[in-house]
Each structure stands twice: as C-alpha cells, then as structure tokens.
Design a protein around this ligand. Structure first.
Ligand SMILES: [Zn+2]
Length: 335
C-alpha cells in the first residue's frame, strides 16, 4: 500500500520568514520547491498532503499531528545559510541518549544523496538534530509521524543560488527530493516523458520547411514584381505593334496605288509603242506610194519628151507631177 507523504515548506511568508541573501528569500523558494516535489510525486500516484503555507512552525506541527494517523512520513524543505555549500538533511534523535532514529536517518541520508546527484551539489550528508545549534529541531522532533528536514543549498552561496533563479534549477532540486522520497518508500522513479527523437527530428524538419516557405514567399514576391514589369513591357510592345500595323496598312495602300500607277505607265508606254509602230507603217506605205507615183510621173515625162507634139499636154502633166512631188516631199520632211 502506497504511503502518504506530507510536505511542508519551511517558514512563512509575511510571518516567520527564513534566511535571505542575494535578493532572495528562503520562504519563497521553499514554497516553489515544495510545490514541484508535490507535483512530481502526484505524477507517480503517491498520496500527498501539503501543509498550508501560511502556518507557523507550531501550527504546522499541530496540523501534521492532527492527521498523524493518515501520514506515513513528513519532510520539511529549507534553504541553508551561514557560509557553506551543498545539501544536508536533519534526522530525529533521542535527545537524552543521542541515539539516532534509524528510519529518520535513512530518509535524510537518501534525500541528501539524490539531491546531490541531481544538482551536482556537494553532499554534506545526514545530521542528527542534537548537533544543531538549537540542540533540536521542532519539525523533526515534535511531529508524530516519521520526519526529516532538508536544507537545499545555501542562500548566501553565489554558486548554490544559481539553481534558485530558474524554473529548471528549482525543478532539479525538486526532482532530487522526489527521487529520494520514492526510493525511500520503494517506488520507482518514472522519468518525465520527453519528446522522442523522431518528434524532435520532425519538429526540426517542420522548422526547416517553414524557413523554406518563408524564403519561397520572398521569391514569389520577386517573381510577381518581375511579372508586373514584364506585363508593362508587353503592353508597350503591343502599343508599338499596333502603330507598326497601322503604318504597314498605310504602306500596303501606297503599294497598291503604286501598282496601279505602274500598270498605267505600262499601258501608256504600250500605247505609245503602238502609235509609233502605226505611224512608221503609215509613213512607210505613203513613201512607197509616193515612190510609185514618182516613177509613173517620170515615165510619163519621158514619154512626153519623146513626143514633143503633145507638149501642151506634157506641160500640164509636168506641172501636176511637180505638185505631187512637192506634196510628198513636204510630208517626208515632216517625218
Ligand atoms: Zn529555514
């Protein structure tokens, strides 16, 4: 059957305050450690009673003794002071015979060992209450259940106080105490589950992917900027192209006109050639005609010269012939 453990944080805030140094107050840190120890033990399903924080030492002892039948052991948590370092714990003694209470001494011994192991502090060991400066310790001596009192480091030691300053440090002290209490009652310490390596790797990968996503978003924005610039450039090219097309259309119209003009020029030159050819032909035939006529005339003149009796006729014919010659000579000159 599981044992019921009672935890008490030494001293009382706003009342019986403990040691203070380096801006730290013992009663405050005692409460922080005690709460963590209770939390760790409850995680192991150990029944826990916590003495209310606002009780004085006398009230604390009375509170515990009122519940003595349901409590198997009790531990009060303190910080040391006075120029030292490390962890120590006090146990019950017969103040007359100075005989040690073996169970109380075992409990004190074990928690000292586990706290020293967990914190790396020097283990000052278990001490009988009679060797205390007061000759006895009320919490250890006057409580009915088995009891011990642990001093977790020195509040006036610059090295020891480092653990009081962080939650991790306080947790180390509490873990040492919880492990000691579990060991004493024969229960196994169950490690606090941490993320398995796969989860850590997964988280690392997720972090890496998130970084990549962030850098990709940057790239995407750069690409978008470039796309905007490109589409502006494309718009400009389209406008230029439209103007070029307009110019080209005008050029096509001009070319068509030029083709028409070329055709007309060809036609007119062909016509000119035809006219020239016709004219030449006409002139040639006229020349032939005139040459023939001239020959006729010359033959008649010869005949007339051979026949002077018909001189009168001959004169007329000569006159006509001269007129003809004149006519054709004139035309030939115009050629
Ligand atoms: Zn104290």
């Amino acid at each position: 059957m599981l044992k019921t453990i009672t935890l008490s944080a030494g001293h009382t805030p706003n009342g019986e305050t403990g040691a203070s140094a380096n801006g730290l107050h013992e009663e405050i840190i005692n409460i922080q450690i005690t709460k963590k120890v209770a939390e760790l033990l409850r995680r192991h399903s150990i029944p826990i009673l916590e003495v209310p924080d606002d009780l004085t030492l006398v009230q604390t002892i009375a509170w515990i003794n009122a519940r003595a039948s349901q409590i198997d052991l009790c531990l009060e948590i303190h910080l040391n002071a006075g120029g030292g370092t490390g962890v120590e714990a006090w146990y019950y003694q017969n103040l007359v015979t100075k005989a040690d209470d073996i169970e109380s001494k075992n409990l004190a011994t074990i928690v000292c060992e586990t706290v020293a192991e967990e914190t790396g502090w020097r283990n000052r060991g278990a001490k009988g209450e009679s060797t205390n400066q007061h000759g006895k310790l009320g919490f250890v001596h006057d409580t009915k259940p088995l009891a011990a009192l642990i001093e977790c480091g020195f509040i006036d030691n610059v090295s020891d106080i480092e653990l009081y300053k962080t939650e991790e440090g306080v947790m180390k002290i509490a873990t040492g105490i919880a492990k000691g209490l579990l060991a004493y009652i024969g229960e196994e310490w169950i490690p606090i589950p941490t993320h398995p390596p796969e989860d850590l790797n997964l988280q690392k990968k997720i972090d890496e992917l998130n970084e990549k996503i962030a850098s990709l978003s940057g790239l995407i924005n750069q690409v978008k900027d470039r796309q905007d610039k490109l589409s502006d450039a494309v718009d400009n090219v389209k406008k230029d192209t439209e103007e070029i097309y307009k110019d080209r259309d005008e050029i096509v119209v001009i070319k068509e006109k030029l083709t028409v003009i070329d055709g007309k020029v060809e036609n007119s030159s062909a016509k000119q050639t035809t006219i020239e050819t016709n004219l030449k032909q006409e002139i040639r035939s006229l020349k032939e005609e005139s040459e023939e006529d001239t020959n006729i005339i010359f033959r008649r003149i010869k005949i007339l010269e051979e026949k002077p009796t018909v001189l009168g006729e001959g004169v007329k014919i000569i006159t006509f012939g001269k007129w003809l010659i004149g006519k054709f000579t004139k035309q030939g000159g115009e050629k």
